[in-house]
Design a protein around this ligand. Structure first.
Ligand code: GLN
Length: 444
């Protein structure tokens, strides 16, 4: 893997840091574990981590110039659990700065290319993880999903990704974007590989105050359960205007396969889908504006040269350290939270969030899983949407509502349209990750 990365990654740019030394040391430890009969299914498996999981002693940039010099003194729970299972960390993958983006073009370390076509984006914000897996530069990787950042790059790169229920996977040591939406999860070639990662990643963590204190499931045990009688809901709002017709055909063909496997299909409605973009793009920047206030040039991260005084240091450190998209969102969020605007924007967005959640709760009373596209299009051209933020935000229409509701969802490779991969989205009830993995595995 290290040799493949050295040979192929200069074109893809999927890694920000390759931790060769750490990989070789961990590989030696893994060999010893296996020889002593103490390995798990992850022991010795080469894995990459999105560069927002803090890794002790290894540069963690979050795709930003702000953290260009940040070597964390501690390890995130997710990377630590995966390490304890014996996996080998190859390095840290490229991403949109502070996980803000849908194309990986917002990284301070340069855009990532889609391995299926180097003129196309890999999706974002976990684009480096998705591209690395698709190109065979890692067996699996971690990602995070605040509004689609695991599922959409998985869809664009033809791999499998799972965004767990909010609270299922610890956020400790994950650099925060929007804390009430952020959730880490596995990305790999197959649902089965994702299940192996979930065995290590999932579970209560006392270091994360929003961690779910419910036992995690055995994600491998039911992979082979038959799907006879599975009730699938197809939200009519997911198949309306804006959906590429070739993508729609692939999704409908996938649904037919599930019918052959014994599932029944019915149309459902998630009436507030259209409101997910305005609601998310108020809530996420609001939380980001608060979370990112810690980057002030004082304790860690970028500090400007020769500050005149404290205010000058804050202002220039932040102006130099943050890229355009991050600055835009800090301003939007600060505005939405400010006195006089709070009720009109933030509070209203929270009320819409509740409506979106209720839509899902109602739908998931009637069906076991909900299916639809992950994104309205296949991977688009590098640079084609960078000057049109609204077009870029519209990419997230089918993914954001899942995070607003907090339910789990997957992207499962379903075929090709326009010469590029298409992901089928499978959404499920709270803590139904094992069911989603079973559904995906039966299809694969
Ligand atoms: N594309 C969305 C955004 O830019 C979601 C990103 C994410 O899930 N981290 O905020």
């Amino acid at each position: 893997f290290l040799a493949r990365i050295a040979k192929l990654d200069p074109q893809l740019n999927s890694y920000i840091t390759v931790s060769e030394q750490r990989a070789l040391e961990q590989a030696a430890t893994a060999d010893a574990l296996i020889q002593n009969g103490k390995g798990t299914s992850l022991t010795g498996i080469p894995i990459a981590h999105k560069d927002l999981f803090c890794t002790e002693g290894t540069l963690t940039t979050c795709g930003s110039k702000m953290l260009n010099n940040f070597i964390p003194p501690y390890e995130s729970t997710v990377t630590s659990r995966i390490q304890q299972a014996g996996a080998v960390m190859l390095g840290k993958t490229n991403m949109d700065e502070f996980a803000m983006g849908s194309s990986n073009e917002n990284s301070f370390y340069g855009a990532v290319k889609n391995p299926w076509n180097l003129d196309m984006v890999p999706g974002g914000s976990s684009g480096g993880s998705a591209a690395a897996i698709a190109a065979g530069l890692a067996v699996a990787a971690t990602g995070t999903d605040t509004g689609g950042s695991i599922r959409q790059p998985a869809s664009f790169c033809g791999i499998t990704g799972l965004k767990p229920t909010y609270g299922r996977v610890s956020r400790f040591g994950m650099i925060a974007y929007a804390s009430s939406l952020d959730q880490g999860g596995p990305m790999a070639k197959s649902a089965e590989d994702c299940a192996h990662l979930m065995q290590a990643m999932a579970g209560f963590d006392e270091k994360d105050s929003t961690s779910a204190d419910t036992p995690s499931e055995d994600y491998l045990a039911n992979l082979n359960a038959p799907l006879t009688g599975l009730k699938i809901g197809l939200p009519k709002e997911y198949f309306g205007e804006g959906l590429d017709s070739q993508v729609a055909d692939i999704i409908m063909a996938a649904v037919k396969e599930f019918e052959k496997l014994g599932a029944t299909v019915k149309e459902i409605s998630l009436p507030n889908l259209q409101l997910s973009i305005p609601s998310y793009y108020v809530i996420a920047p609001s939380e980001a504006s608060s979370n990112l206030s810690r980057f002030d040039g004082v304790r860690f991260g970028h500090r400007c040269d020769d500050p005149k005084d404290l205010l000058d240091m804050y202002m220039r450190s932040r102006a130099e350290g943050f890229g355009t998209e991050v600055q835009k969102r800090i301003m939007v969020g600060t505005y939405a939270l400010s006195e006089g605007y709070y009720d009109a924007y933030y509070l209203k967005a929270q009320k819409i969030r509740r409506l979106i959640k209720e839509d899902f709760v109602k739908a998931l009373d009637e069906v076991d899983v909900i299916m639809g596209p992950v994104a309205p299009t296949t991977a688009f051209g590098l640079g084609s949407k960078t000057s049109d933020p609204v077009a870029m935000y519209l990419e997230d229409i089918y993914t954001l509502s899942v995070n607003l509701a907090g339910i789990p969802a997957m992207s499962v490779p379903a075929g090709f349209a326009n010469g590029m991969p298409v992901g089928l989205q499978v959404m499920g009830n709270y803590f139904a990750e094992a069911k989603l993995l079973n559904v995906a595995h039966q299809y694969q």
